[in-house]
Design a protein around this ligand. Sequence first.
Ligand SMILES: Nc1ncnc2c1ncn2[C@@H]1O[C@H](COP(=O)(O)OP(=O)(O)OP(=O)(O)O)[C@@H](O)[C@H]1O
Length: 252
Amino acid sequence: MGILEVKGINKRFGGLQALGDVNLSVAENTVHAIIGPNGAGKSTLLNVLVGKLIPDSGSVMFDGQSVLGRKPHEINQMGISRVFQTPEIFSDLSVFENVLIPCFAKRDGSFRMHAIESVFSEKAIHQQAEEILADVNMLEKRHMIASSLSRGDKRRLEMAMCLVQDPRLLLLDEPTAGMARADTENTINLLKEIRTKRGITMAIIEHDMNVVFSLAERITVLAQGTPLVEDTPDNIKGHPKVREAYLGEAQV
Ligand SMILES: Nc1ncnc2c1ncn2[C@@H]1O[C@H](COP(=O)(O)OP(=O)(O)OP(=O)(O)O)[C@@H](O)[C@H]1O
């Protein structure tokens, strides 16, 4: 039984069946890639998982609890975080200030403080922000303005902000889209580090097969809204059904 269990998901947009009977099981503490040609339904599936889209039928269970019908922020509080193609950071603020924002938001969202406790908690929050920046190897860049970072480091910063919430499942939507090689490598290493240090389960949508094969332990191939094959990267490589699905696109 996976930490994420998707069963029989169907989603239509008018006459178009974007998802047709999608089943997916993501095991805890693994990196699971969802790949497939353009229009296969990958983003639609991700949007269902984070509560942005309501499917016509099916179920989504996270750690034994139903996700469907919950609002995106409630799903986030359950421990599911999504990372978008473009890092969501505050460009005009420093690296450190960026990480302080979710730290304070977490404190203020969880309980009210008396003034004296608030002062102590502020120290603790600064320490927490430093620890998280150290975790993603960004402590030395804490005073830099976020807009001046490389794309790979922007991704590192965003990931630090995301880690404040202590997610158990990270959903990554093409995390290296549009990146130069060096930034892509930076991001692959970042995700490997987070996986090793924190054991966070990851489901990743990605077109770059180098990224997929560097990170994934399981791969599900979607085509026309339906899972074609689910297997290990070695078995997916050169799989005839996968080649057929990708005909005319990037080689797998
Ligand atoms: N809001 C929407 N309204 C109508 N059709 C949609 C909507 N969102 C997606 N679709 C259609 O559903 C199908 C699946 O789209 P989706 O974006 O999930 O595919 P994808 O696998 O993520 O593709 P890509 O790799 O190009 O991002 C496509 O045919 C798309 O045009």
